[in-house]
Design a protein around this ligand. Structure first.
Ligand code: PMP
Length: 361
């Protein structure tokens, strides 16, 4: 059998492995920070109607500028954003890759702060961008002083801050974002994939966009909107930044079916987001349950938790899987990550954890 290693592969891809969070069919799937609630029935009918209407014209290419969707996204985000400041693609993964295609590349360097979202180095790899790693403060925090010191030390062209961070759940203060922007001349991306799970009074980096043309804030419908399968991520930035992304996007990259489905979901944003509070409640219940079992839980502004004090993460991960519960092992020493699920999923996870945790541990 031929393997890809036998092919005349690009030299910098040799020895690499693809993104591979396991996709297993088990009763409780809490491994990739999805929203485990289904799309509400009231919204489903409208989405189906819109997708049906899009099918009537599916012989034609879609609106390359996805104008109606950009308008809807601007309305949803608020902050006086105009449609000219919005961009979207198939998941924030594609949006972020396009940022790297436009602003990274050979001779340029990304600064990232591990542990963080594992795809950032991957966008760098596939676009020929070099990667340097910055150090965090204690408990995975990122102070303005540390961000600036790491930017001055590594002199990057591109900085990505996941705010709040995945896989730790840690918030990033706007003071750190402001300080990072002022510390270099390159592009700063604040990845707010979990933005809707932040406390209601916590300001978004969207508030910092005016007067900062090198700043971009990315978001996704995959998490709070329970729309991961539809693949719709988006970004807000200066109109000139959006123009730069037009240089690298493939023609008609957002299908008319995706545009129609996303428009339907955005039209019912409050209904689509009604589970956010419930997810936060289950997250906090999960944290309390884990702490009662003697684990250490890091504070989270997201729909997941990182917990530590695990003697053998691989064994615990496998033990949970044997009980039908899939969570995530990200090779952080002594720690595992679990997404917040429904009340029933939380019960099943905590029951499994109780049976796998030695008494007095
Ligand atoms: N950014 C962060 C921080 C994430 O955790 C994820 C998904 N796990 C993404 C971006 C990508 O999400 P999507 O492509 O589904 O929008």
């Amino acid at each position: 059998m031929t393997s890809f290693a036998d092919l005349p592969l690009r030299a910098d891809l040799v020895g690499r492995s693809p993104y591979g969070a396991p996709q297993l069919h088990v009763p409780v799937t809490l491994n990739v920070n999805e929203n485990t609630h289904p799309v509400p029935d009231e919204v489903r009918a409208d989405i189906l109607r819109r997708v049906g209407a899009a099918l009537d014209e599916v012989n034609r290419y879609p609106d390359r500028e996805f104008t109606a969707l950009r308008e809807a996204l601007a309305r949803y985000l608020g902050h006086d954003l105009s449609p000219a400041q919005l961009w979207a693609a198939n998941g924030s993964n594609e949006v972020l890759q396009q940022v790297f295609q436009a602003f990274g590349g050979p001779g340029r360097t990304l600064l990232t702060f591990p542990p963080t979202y594992s795809m950032y180095p991957n966008y760098a790899l596939t676009t020929g961008t070099a990667v340097v790693e910055g150090r965090r403060d204690d408990d995975f925090r990122l102070s303005p002083e540390t961000v600036v010191a790491e930017i001055e030390r590594t002199r990057p062209d591109l900085v990505v801050l996941a705010a709040p961070n995945n896989p730790t759940g840690t918030p990033v203060g706007l003071d750190a974002v402001r300080a990072a922007y002022d510390a270099f001349e390159g592009v700063l991306v604040v990845d707010e994939a979990y933005g809707e799970f932040m406390p209601a009074d916590a300001p978004s980096a969207l508030t910092l966009l005016p007067g900062r043309p090198r700043l971009a804030v990315s978001r996704t419908m995959s998490k709070a909107f329970a729309f991961a399968g539809a693949r719709l991520g988006y970004l807000a930035a200066d109109p000139a930044f959006i123009d730069a992304l037009r240089l690298v996007r493939l023609p008609y990259h957002l299908s008319s079916l995706t545009q129609a489905a996303a428009l339907g979901a955005l039209d019912h944003a409050p209904l689509m987001l009604r589970m956010v509070d419930e997810i936060r409640t289950q997250r906090d219940r999960t944290a309390a349950g884990l702490e009662a079992l003697g684990y250490r839980v890091w504070p989270s502004w997201t729909n997941f938790l990182l917990f530590g004090g695990v003697e053998d993460p691989r064994a615990l991960w496998q033990g949970l899987l044997d009980r039908g519960v899939l969570i995530r092992d990200l090779a952080i020493p002594g720690a595992l990550r679990v997404s917040a699920g429904t009340a029933e999923e939380t019960d099943l996870f905590l029951d499994a954890m109780t049976s796998l945790t030695p008494v007095g541990a």
